[in-house]
Ligand binder design. Structure first.
Ligand code: GCO
Length: 249
């Protein structure tokens, strides 16, 4: 069996002070990786690092704005050689397109999509030089499906799906594997208001063949797999983890 071990690998997970990012970071650490956690709120980031260290994992913090190329360049020496990059940073600014502000459009596209371009562009040269690297883009069920009030988010996640394939087209030849996972409706800080709405909660449970919301722990196994040598011939793929929602009408 190819190894699922990440021993000796250094991993950066953007947006990993809470939610999906922190769960993925913990899973990569559990598989042996040395973790660099990222976030903009330094206190929350410090708590996340402490929680991993308390479990005996190697973890450090790096705070920078993932939409600011100068800030990324300034953080590069602290980041060091990154073997595994998870582009997880993501936000929602829900609202109807007809009245959506350019600010709400731009902040979602910059945070969810441009950030993946900027951060990966910063770490890819090292991966290419070492002929080894893993990039996992956290796409979404909304890389394929939309619903009203999510136009900026869906556009950003659809773009992230195609950026994943574009990175594959250019970097697979250098033994760098770039894939994505597409979470469905997962209970996180970003969806808690939706889950608290009885009508929306009931719709999700009826629309999802598994009959439930996902948890962040439903996402971690796929990330460890894609980050490991077991996935060295998997490239440009998006693995959807949604309880079957996108498979049925
Ligand atoms: C919504 C939800 C979705 C999910 C996404 C997770 O507003 O419908 O927030 O956007 O969060 O599918 O990837």
């Amino acid at each position: 069996m190819p190894s699922f071990s990440l021993a000796g690998r250094r991993a950066l997970v953007t947006g990993s002070s809470q939610g999906i990012g922190l769960a993925i970071a913990r899973a990569l650490a559990h598989a042996g990786a040395q973790l660099v956690l990222h976030g903009r709120e330094t206190s929350k980031l410090a708590q996340a690092v402490a929680s991993l260290q308390a479990d005996g994992f190697t973890a450090e913090a790096c705070a920078f704005d993932v939409t600011d190329e100068a800030a990324i360049a300034q953080a590069a020496p602290q980041l060091g050689a990154i073997d595994i990059l998870v582009n997880n940073t993501g936000i929602h600014r829900r609202g109807p397109l007809a009245t959506m502000s350019l600010a709400d459009w731009n902040t979602v596209l910059h945070t969810n999509l441009t950030s993946a371009f900027l951060v990966t562009r910063a770490v890819a040269p090292g991966m290419i030089a070492r002929r080894s690297g893993k990039v996992i883009n956290i796409c979404s069920l909304m890389s394929e499906l939309a619903r009203p009030t999510t136009g900026n988010y869906a556009a950003s996640k659809g773009g992230l799906k195609m950026l994943t394939r574009a990175m594959c087209a250019e970097w697979a030849q250098h033994e760098v594997q770039i894939n994505g996972i597409a979470p469905g409706y997962i209970l996180t800080e970003m969806t808690q208001t939706l889950a608290a709405d009885p009508q929306f909660d009931s719709w999700i449970k009826s629309r999802t063949p598994a009959g439930r919301w996902g948890s962040v722990n439903d996402l971690t196994g796929a990330c460890v797999f894609l980050a490991s040598p077991a996935a060295n011939f998997v490239n440009g793929q998006i693995l959807t983890i949604d309880g079957g929602l996108s498979a049925v009408v």
